[in-house]
Design a protein around this ligand. Structure first.
Ligand code: PMP
Length: 425
């Protein structure tokens, strides 16, 4: 443990290394966007939970694709089409290995985590959830993992049940078995909360849900950039994430699903590529994964995502996690030492996200004043309004860290917050 860790006001459970062991300065050189001034100050980008920045390798992979390889994929007989198809499928294999999925047909390219969840709700959900049935979610979900289930429940006259959270922002696991019954058709849970930073005990949740015969959909949007994810070890039924939070481009995301479940599901959208044959009488659907990939996909996006995963793998996700955890401990200690700050989300298992409020100062004012010092944080409800309701606050200020952040940037944040306090003194 670092010396700083000892004075953190609550106990984290995570292995740690000091910043010195992670080549953060080298990493920073790979991210062109970081090297700019904002309002005359060096950019300090601490809004990584909203979207992360892109390394040169990702930017180059995308421009290379458009400069050299652009063609529509599948069925093309010409060189470029075959090449683009191969690159697109190589990206799928990269994602498969990254999640340790058993089969590349279990990797469906979608637009985002949001689309992945909607896909499951509209296909598996509409098929299996009926009147009087229940879908279980948690009190810390992002709106993307609430609203699609609400829409489904509304349509089907089913009921949404919610696992509550405690004052630290941890799931009240003792409530889970009470919420599961014969009526429960699905459980949807985040792996990491974007508003609180909480890492949920996924393995345990899935075990309990499965013991009741309930499949589990995991929202991995905030987990994949920070933790090793092994879908076979977790035994989750579905897992979704967005490329843009894991150093890849926007407009590309992934739905992992167990093959047997995906095979049995009806298609999501109709169109080209998702069919085997079409007549006016009957359409036969394509095999996995194409059954769920109607229309021309985001080919450049998938290739960019593959490059982003290669970049993460090259550094090692465990090394990234350890570096970010060091920042979490360092920042938690520094922020906790500032009078009138309250950290919202003090789970024992946390990713490097710190939501906070300062008594008497609106989070938007904190964000706006920090911005003038070149420090980018996010303020608001973070698309998790029920979390704000649970803590009886309108909004928080949130600093979220990525592999390229440094302790020096945490110091800049702390200095910026001191300035905010002076303005409101
Ligand atoms: N779930 C969580 C936990 C998130 O943080 C986010 C993005 N803030 C999403 C889902 C949705 O991601 P996207 O907007 O990329 O679909």
């Amino acid at each position: 443990m670092t010396a700083a860790a000892n004075s953190v006001p609550w106990e984290f459970q995570h292995p740690m290394v000091g910043e010195a062991t992670f080549p953060v300065e080298e990493v920073r050189r790979d991210f062109p966007i970081l090297h700019q001034q904002v309002y005359g100050h060096p950019l300090v980008y601490l809004d990584n939970a909203a979207t992360s920045q892109k390394p040169r390798a990702v930017i180059d992979a995308i421009s290379h694709y458009y400069e050299r390889d652009n063609a529509n994929i599948h069925r093309g007989v010409h060189f470029l089409s075959e090449h683009a198809t191969e690159e697109h499928e190589a990206a799928r294999r990269t994602v498969q290995r990254f999640l340790n999925a058993a089969d590349k047909r279990e990797i469906i390219f979608v637009r985002s985590a949001t689309e992945g969840i909607n896909l499951v709700a509209q296909t598996y959900g509409r098929k299996h959830v009926g009147a009087g049935d229940e879908v279980v979610i948690t009190a810390m979900e992002h709106h993307s993992n609430i609203v699609p289930w609400q829409m489904l429940c509304e349509e089907k006259d089913a009921r949404l049940r919610v696992i509550p959270i405690n004052d630290r922002g941890e799931l009240m696991m003792e409530e889970l078995p009470k919420l599961l019954s014969k009526r429960t058709k699905l459980l949807a849970v985040t792996h990491v909360s974007n508003a609180l930073g909480t890492i949920t005990p996924l393995r345990k949740i899935i075990e309990i849900a499965h013991s009741h015969g309930v499949p589990v959909v995991v929202d991995g949007a905030q987990a994949v950039p920070h933790l090793k994810v092994d879908v076979q070890e977790l035994d989750c039924d579905f897992y979704v994430f967005s490329g843009h939070k894991v150093y890849g481009p926007t407009g590309i995301g992934v739905l992992y699903g167990k093959r047997a479940l995906l095979e049995a599901m009806p298609p999501y959208q109709g169109g080209g590529d998702m069919i085997r044959s079409v007549t006016f009488e009957k359409t036969l659907y394509n095999d996995l994964p194409y059954k769920f990939e109607a229309g021309t996909p985001n080919i450049g996006g998938a290739i960019g995502l593959g490059a982003a995963i290669d970049y993460v793998n090259h550094l090692g996700i465990d090394n990234i996690a350890a570096h970010e955890h060091d920042l979490l401990i360092y920042a938690t200690e520094a922020l906790s030492a500032i009078p009138d700050i309250r950290i919202i989300g003090t789970a024992a298992q946390k990713a490097a996200v710190i939501s906070f409020i300062i008594e008497g100062i609106h989070p938007h004012d904190i964000g706006t004043i920090l911005d003038r010092s070149g420090i980018a944080i996010r303020t608001g409800h973070h698309c998790a309004q029920p979390v704000m309701q649970r803590f009886r606050i309108p909004a928080t200020a949130r600093a979220s860290f990525a592999m390229y952040n440094t302790r020096g940037e945490v110091d800049a944040l702390v200095e910026g917050i001191q300035k905010v306090k002076e303005v409101f003194a």
